[in-house]
Design a binder for this molecule. Structure first.
Ligand code: ATP
Ligand code: ZN
Ligand code: MG
Length: 312
């Protein structure tokens, strides 16, 4: 499937706001306050108004019967290891380390300039995506019921990204709908969300493209994994021009994991077959940036329909 532009009709409505010239620096300066660390920002009230609107907008599209779970920004290290993350994306992983020992030991360590060398790992890592904790949690409940399961999850995520261009954060927010069920149920879920995701973007006045994609697997072996993911059409992204038209930014992804997580966690359907899983992920911070890039910094000048959809 090649890249094709959709949503042009909305673009025409949106042109009245005449704001797509805002450059990346001005956009960032108006919405986010930098910290000493690249890709980590304080978010302004203006930015958060749109994030909250987006969260509510996405909630309104939740399927009936969906179970809502909000995860903290940390998760079990063992669970992430078992999920295969360490081998596929070791370069992106952040783990939580602490000082251990008696009061005297810790006091002596913090007085040294090399105190960081004395940190030791805990049982926690920083969540790199919102959906990882769902699979072991669902597996612990027993076989998946005949209708399948859908979860609505979210968490702050961390990735040790090597660059910090606009839209590439180290710390960002991810919202996901996750489906567990038969291979057909998951395929249907993904196809439906591929269309719904585009409809949502259109309702937000975002000009976008859908493109096949692969995950940023580590190293030379990773290139093979990425190729196989592309060949099997396991991942699509909804791209919006935030940084540039030439290099549009992934604001949503639509993923099929096949039986990857059920092999790890022994997730089965009622007749004992291995389940399949899939997810649709919304990059909340990127979607907010895409909205400001498209409609400008003055919310009052945004198209009425977009403001209504976001309740702002
Ligand atoms: P990219 O292609 O930009 O590296 P990805 O393929 O690694 O992203 P996913 O793993 O599919 O991204 O994550 C789901 C969604 O989370 C992405 O579509 C994007 O909107 C958002 N996201 C991923 N990485 C970042 C990041 N570093 N900063 C902000 N948002 C991100
Ligand atoms: Zn996911
Ligand atoms: Mg990608």
């Amino acid at each position: 499937m090649g890249r094709s532009f959709v949503g042009k009709g909305v673009r025409e409505q949106v042109l009245s706001s005449q704001t797509s010239e805002i450059d990346a620096d001005s956009l960032m300066r108006a919405l986010l306050v930098p910290s000493p660390v690249g890709g980590v920002y304080a978010r302004t009230g203006l930015f958060e108004t749109v994030i909250e609107g987006l969260a509510f907008f996405i909630s309104r599209h939740r399927d009936p019967g969906t179970e809502v779970l909000r995860f903290p920004p940390v998760m079990s290290r063992t669970q992430l290891e078992r999920s295969g993350y360490l081998h596929s994306f070791p370069h992106l992983l952040g783990s939580v380390s602490c000082l251990k020992g008696s009061e005297a030991t810790i006091r002596a360590v913090v007085d040294q300039p090399d105190w960081v060398e004395k940190l030791s790992a805990t049982e926690l890592v920083l969540s790199p995506a919102a959906c990882y904790p769902v699979y072991p949690m669902a597996a612990a409940r027993g076989p998946i019921p005949p209708g399948g399961l859908v979860f609505d999850v979210a968490s702050d995520c961390f990735r040790h990204e090597s660059t910090s261009e606009i839209g590439r954060f180290q710390s960002f927010r991810m919202r996901e709908f996750v489906c567990l069920g038969t291979p057909q149920q998951v395929l249907d879920f993904r196809s439906r969300w591929l269309l719904l995701g585009q409809r949502l973007a259109k309702q937000l006045g975002l000009e976008h493209q859908i493109a096949p994609a692969s995950d940023p697997f580590f190293g030379r072996g990773g290139r093979l994994a990425a190729m196989s993911q592309l060949e099997q059409s396991l991942k699509f992204e909804l791209l919006v021009a935030i940084r540039s038209e030439e290099e549009p930014t992934a604001c949503m992804s639509f993923n099929c994991h096949r039986d990857h997580f059920s092999a790890v966690w022994n997730l089965t359907t009622e007749n004992g077959d291995k389940a399949h899983t899939g997810c649709v992920a919304f990059g909340m911070d990127r979607l907010a940036l895409a909205l400001f890039k498209t409609h400008g910094l003055d919310l009052k000048k945004w198209p009425a329909g977009v403001r209504k959809n976001l309740s702002i």
